[in-house]
Design a protein around this ligand. Sequence first.
Ligand SMILES: Cc1cc2nc3c(=O)[nH]c(=O)nc-3n(C[C@H](O)[C@H](O)[C@H](O)COP(=O)(O)O)c2cc1C
Length: 314
Amino acid sequence: MRPLPDFSSKAFLAPMAGVSDPALRLLCKELGAGLVVTEFTNIHAIIAKEKQTQDITTFIEFSEKERPLSVQLFGSDLKALEGAVKIVSHHFDIIDYNMGCPAPHVTEQMACSALLQHPDLTRKIFRTMVSATDKPVTVKIRAGVSTPDRFREIAKIAEEEGLSMITFHPRTVKQGYSGKADWSLIKELKEIVSIPVVGNGDIETPEDVRRMLEETGCDYVMLGRAAMKNPFIFKQIHQYLKTGKYDLVSDAERMNAFFRYLEYTRLYPTIRFANIKMQAMNFTRGMKGGKEIREKLGKVKTVEELREVLTPLC
Ligand SMILES: Cc1cc2nc3c(=O)[nH]c(=O)nc-3n(C[C@H](O)[C@H](O)[C@H](O)COP(=O)(O)O)c2cc1C
């Protein structure tokens, strides 16, 4: 197993397509995330873009301030995978492989969570990745397809093939996001493998982080939806794990953080306005009058209009 970089915190930001763009990652990093991961990226797109531009960083944008930084890939064509890993290997500190996404448009291409049912191909994928790079390779998995069973075998394969860490979202593909993430499965996984395990699923508060660490014995935790509403959660987790207390965040502070995010988006041409608007809506979730604000945001067509709606809230 290749060594992982040092992480400044046990709490990581989850990869989220359309959400964990470089501006949000930078903000979460500044607020204390120990690791940030890019949105999942198609291996064929990486190869095509590299051919077209000879510079993959114009397609997968990031800043040095995000390091250590993990890039997440999906796709199961072994030749394309080898090529894509070699391209990204120069730029990223960790190469993560997506075996969790349940969306039919990817599973129909034998990618992401579809692979949970194909242990032989999964082994070849891991082997291909590890031999194409000297960077640590990691994987993010779900518990199984219709029942929570496949994670055991896949995790063993990951360990045998030299992967450095497993992130586990203990829901089945069939569940999507319904029901509860079954944290007892994270505990079970931790007992099966000796490589580090990142527990993921339904963490809402710093108290949840402590509970997941204590109940499951996982090495790290990963937060998705809670961080997209409140990136300050990384700061709160740090405070809580150290002192047992944390500062509450006012609505105005959250809005100020959104404006910081907005400033950062100017650095990254790949971030689309539709995504910025959606991030603005996410930041208002749980805020006083949030529903009315989101109704107004739904109608804005430019960054200037968006600023006009949100500035009075700072
Ligand atoms: C909008 C959205 C996009 C996501 N995109 C990805 C992705 O690109 N790669 C991935 O591995 N997981 C993706 N996920 C799953 C999250 O990384 C995470 O596993 C899941 O949200 C459970 O964690 P949470 O309860 O903290 O949100 C996505 C989730 C959401 C809500």
